[in-house]
Design a protein around this ligand. Structure first.
Ligand code: NAD
Ligand code: NA
Length: 405
């Protein structure tokens, strides 16, 4: 069977396992490049880490950076992915999990994958059990990197659905259609109060706090346990769409939650942080309407300046340089946020981005913006457009079915 890319709008409907494997390996190599040649018998025990949302984007990059970086982490990764079936080969995240585990185990690390709904009590119980069985009973770090559009209300079982809208006036702007390679004008409507609340429920901090409470009650948080979740703020030019929109409201809730969790974890000598990251192409971000022209301009400018990073470079810099300072406290801003978006928001970068965005039109965006880079990133997330993979070769479904998480 040959596997070809199938894109509908901004959603990938197919994935190539071999490309996913190659991407995982390349990201591991990126992290290893940053490692000092340390003595083989390290004194520090491996960090024990739970990653919620481990199969793609920032969560996968965190897992790779922590496992193959100085922390030599043993990890449990939770994600919601689909394996091969008569419906298709399954999702990229399914294969990322498997190939990550294989590489981690080869390096002598524990890497347990739990595939299921992170909001369900059953998965929470499974995770607590896995911490006891596979990590010796406790975790030192919980990475919260879920991105989803729905969350069940634990009281009623009904679904909260997040929306990506503004919170005051409607906003019209060009947005990328990755299926047709065109920029189309799209109107982002203003959300109702119910929609704002639902988005806070899905993408805010409530579930993060519930996870920490569950783990704390089960006695599986180690002394000094830390937790981190990821946020985005962006520049003023995107505020109507993001920071002042429904997602920004949810992130505001996440930031407040970090302070509450930080307070609670002090009893254990622990800490909670939010890291504000750079805008990047992920399964989740491709979904944000009218945001793509900013990304096209940003990537073009940052690549020219030599400051562009992908998810793995961001997470390598976070965990390699910022999160575990050799001495003193973690560097944060006035809102206690770790600013990994410092290079994106640098004044000289933003000046050029604003100037470039003003010139981008549906006719010239492929030349003026970094459309090739954006599209390649999107394809590569799904295992396509990787050099050195023979996409004409047959992939054996029987072999894929033999792979287990
Ligand atoms: P992503 O789509 O690549 O990853 C989401 C992860 O969540 C996947 O592992 C997926 O399997 C998992 N997941 C989703 N629903 C689940 C469920 N019900 N149960 C278990 N697992 C589930 O997204 P991402 O872009 O890496 O986003 C992660 C975080 O980073 C989000 O908080 C996002 O807002 C933030 N962030 C993203 C960007 C960006 O530009 N992409 C920038 C800054 C911050
Ligand atoms: Na993630």
């Amino acid at each position: 069977m040959k596997i070809t890319p199938v894109i509908q709008g901004v959603i990938a409907r197919s994935a190539h396992p071999l490309g996913c494997q190659q991407a995982v390996r390349q990201h591991i190599a990126t992290v290893r490049q940053h490692m000092d040649p340390v003595d083989p018998v390290s004194e520090t025990p491996p960090l024990r880490v739970l990653v919620l949302g481990a199969s793609s984007g920032f969560g996968l990059a965190s897992r790779i950076a922590l496992t193959f970086g100085e922390q030599r982490a043993d990890t449990i990764g939770v994600s919601f992915e689909r394996g091969p079936s008569d419906k298709g080969v399954g999702t990229a995240g399914w294969y990322n999990n498997i190939y990550f585990r294989q590489e981690a185990e080869q390096a002598g690390r524990v890497a347990k994958n739990i595939v299921g709904d992170a909001f369900s009590p059953a998965v929470r119980e499974q995770v607590v059990q896995a911490i006891r069985d596979d990590l010796g009973g406790q975790v030192d770090l919980v990475v919260y990197s879920l991105a989803t559009g729905v969350r069940p209300d634990p009281q009623t079982g009904e679904m909260w659905r997040s929306v990506i809208k503004t919170t005051d006036e409607a906003f019209s702007g060009p947005t990328l259609n990755l299926e047709t390679d065109t920029l189309e004008t799209m109107t982002v409507e203003a959300a109702t109060d119910e929609e704002i609340i639902a988005t806070e429920k899905v993408m805010g901090g409530e579930d993060w706090a519930e996870w920490i409470a569950t783990l704390h009650d089960a006695g599986v948080l180690a002394t000094g346990c830390r937790t981190v979740a990821y946020s985005y703020i962006g520049p003023a030019i995107t505020y109507p769409l993001y920071h002042h929109g429904t997602l920004g409201r949810a992130k505001q809730h996440l930031h407040v939650t970090a302070d509450a969790l930080n307070h609670q974890l002090q009893a254990l000598g622990g800490q909670a942080h939010v890291a504000v990251c750079k805008a990047l192409v992920t399964k989740a971000s491709a979904f944000i309407p009218a945001f793509s022209p900013y990304m096209l301009a940003l990537f073009k400018v940052m690549k020219a300046q030599g400051t562009h990073e992908g998810c793995i470079e961001q997470m390598q810099r976070l965990f390699g340089e910022r999160f575990f300072p050799a001495q003193g406290e973690v560097e944060v801003d006035a809102q206690r946020l770790i600013r990994m978006d410092d290079w994106e928001l640098a004044a000289e970068t933003q000046q050029q981005v604003v100037a470039l965005m003003a010139q981008i039109t549906p006719e010239n965006f492929t030349a003026l913006g970094d459309y090739t880079g954006y599209k390649t990133d999107f394809l590569q997330l799904n295992g396509f457009a990787h050099e050195g993979i023979d996409y004409d070769a047959d992939v054996s479904m029987a072999e894929l079915l033999r792979l287990t998480p």
